[in-house]
Design a protein around this ligand. Structure first.
Ligand code: S3P
Length: 169
């Protein structure tokens, strides 16, 4: 099975920024699980949450992630923040890719999550929600990761370099 590079981490950790740069340098496709969910459902992430609820979104998300992970073409995959909640998603990530946890403390995430419409869980006051999510999920990100990179203290270029050291070019 192909070895993808799979980026995990909280909303605002930099999965899209880092993932698209990395994909360019590795000359691989970049696949974002939220974008795949929206393509498959013909609706936005927010619409899915609002009309069908989080549980329905998680089912679509698991399907979209599986499709990306089972693809033969080695890719860089941004796995949305909540994908690690599902043990099957975690196992598939580990089986199919090198998993990189982009870690950043909640304080650093708050400033980065504004202005994006695909994060309905954050509501009007993201700080406490991100604190709680980080507390709930951090161990899951660590469990699944082959590599943990602090994404708050380094530039995107430095982070990409660090990942390339691990996965090769
Ligand atoms: C979520 C993260 C979002 C999106 C949805 C739920 C989460 O993706 O899937 O709003 O539960 O952490 P990003 O991590 O790409 O922002």
């Amino acid at each position: 099975m192909s070895r993808h590079v799979v980026l995990v981490g909280m909303m605002g950790a930099g999965k899209t920024t880092i993932g698209s740069r990395l994909a360019r340098l590795l000359d691989r496709p970049f696949v974002d699980s939220d974008v795949q969910v929206e393509r498959r459902a013909h609706r936005t992430v927010r619409q899915i949450f609002e009309r069908d609820g989080e549980a329905a979104f998680r089912v679509l998300e698991a399907e979209a992630l599986a499709e990306a992970l089972f693809s033969e073409e080695p890719s860089v995959i941004a796995a949305a923040g909540g994908t690690v909640l599902d043990p099957l998603n975690r196992r598939r990530m580990q089986d199919c890719g090198t998993v990189v946890f982009l870690d950043a403390p909640p304080d650093a995430l708050v400033g980065r999550v504004g202005g994006d419409d695909h994060r309905p869980l954050l509501g009007d006051d993201p700080a406490p929600v991100l604190q709680q999510m980080y507390a709930d999920r951090r161990a899951l990100y660590e469990e699944v990761a082959d590599l943990v990179v602090d994404s708050s203290a380094q530039t995107p270029e430095e982070i990409v370099e660090r990942i390339l050291e691990e996965v090769g070019r």
